[in-house]
Design a protein around this ligand. Sequence first.
Ligand code: GSH
Length: 216
Amino acid sequence: MKLHTGDLSPYSSKVRMQIYAKGITDIKFDLDPSFRQGKFSTISPIGRIPVLDLGDGDIIPESEIICEYLEEVYPEPSMLGVGPRARAEVRTISRIADIYLMNNIFMALPQLSRKTRNEAIRDLFVAQVTRGMGALERHIGSGDFAIGNEMTIADCTLVPALWMCQNTVPMLDAPNPLDTTTKVAAYWEKIQKNEIAAKVLAEMERGMQARLDGSE
Ligand SMILES: N[C@@H](CCC(=O)N[C@@H](CS)C(=O)NCC(=O)O)C(=O)O
């Protein structure tokens, strides 16, 4: 199998984090040049990364679907949580991070340039991120991981989303929604010291550097 991925892509980082945590070694990573050339829709109709290539043109798009597929193909160690209630909570946190944090952060990013910024649009999306952060504050656990005592898919979605929040929202000259939280801020402080999270965060930093250098 091959994962079409990118260092800076938070959705791809989520899948890579799951792959590292599960110790999967037979998935290759690839950033197809056609993605950068805007021709990626020939590989995946949705035209976005990550995409899991199973071979012979058989592909699975969407980070959440790929993560669920990998859980079925590589069930051990499970990263879905222990028991139905914990699994529902893991999926809730993953959904908050995807839909209410990451999606709104992406929608705000076109307002990064001060010259062309529409402050009303920036404020609309940052307010939605702050609202999502408020929901996360109420759902997240108080231990080392988002839910329970082991790393789950919730951590895989949350770590790249919190990195995005930390590294992009202040560049919009807006208050950082992380600063409105207590439990999420404590989690963020702790999880960055986790070896697997740190590996993915280092890749995202590398991707950001490449973007700033113009080499990607
Ligand atoms: N819902 C998708 C979002 C994927 C996504 O937006 N990926 C970005 C990179 S992080 C992308 O491919 N953007 C290219 C584009 O929008 O054309 C998922 O969870 O995989």
